[in-house]
Ligand binder design. Sequence first.
Ligand code: DHB
Ligand code: FE
Length: 280
Amino acid sequence: MARITAGVASSHVPLLGVAVDQGKTQDDYFGPIFKGYEWTKKWEEEQKPDVIVLVYNDHASAFDANIIPTFAIGCGETYKPADEGWGPRPVPDVEGHADLGWHIAQSLILDDFDMTIINEMEVDHGLTVPLSMMFGQPDNWPVKVVPLAVNVVTYPVPSGNRCWALGEAIARAVESFPEDLNVQIWGTGGMSHQLQGPRAGLLNREWDNKFLDLMIGETDAARHIPHIEYLRETGSEGIELIMWLIMRGALGKKTKCLHRHYHIPCSNTAIGHLVLEPDN
Ligand code: DHB
Ligand code: FE
């Protein structure tokens, strides 16, 4: 039986992908950011997950204003890194797990979540930067990935409560897959960031850390944070944090925190990172 063994949350700032690709992870600026991922890199080497259900958002790379799926799941065999304007990142193709992807898609749809099914797409920094943060620069990524894309770019975006419930349904789906697989669920994006307008560069350390606290232990209060609070407290792109709720919902009633990291600034955003285990 497949099982979700852990949840990983991380911001997916594109500049961090550039730092990895250009060998700058140890310099004065990036060093303290990457130091907070060293624990996780070692832990991932020991954990050896088979598959990651990687919750992320596409930033107008695979989708655009013509088609805006609220929740989309990748059921393909492989995904190439997207060209986001300066050529695709020099990272390996991402290998999918089509059988698990289709199984989760079927389970979610029959569980009343109307997923968009994706067989072919390119994946952008939302997905590849967290892989680089957790696995460095291997010739091939050491895990398969089931991408799960969430619309956080164009309103209306899904409610936090819906995201949490989707996570719970993903856990049921994974647990009903007959093959013995070690599956992790990752939530990416956030933390506070506003990329444009007069409030560009807004950082809110206090609110971000309260949100990190809410991912740990038994509380499910985060599922009821309204969209307007993310906007007001963390900036317009802080809404990406609702993707962490899918990860958290999939871990069940209670979590234990194995690792926590927060740093500002990174580019003109905050980064946050958690490694959680179900503690039910
Ligand atoms: C930036 C872009 C993102 O998608 C994100 O999540 C954080 C930062 C950026 O352009 O700096
Ligand atoms: Fe983003």
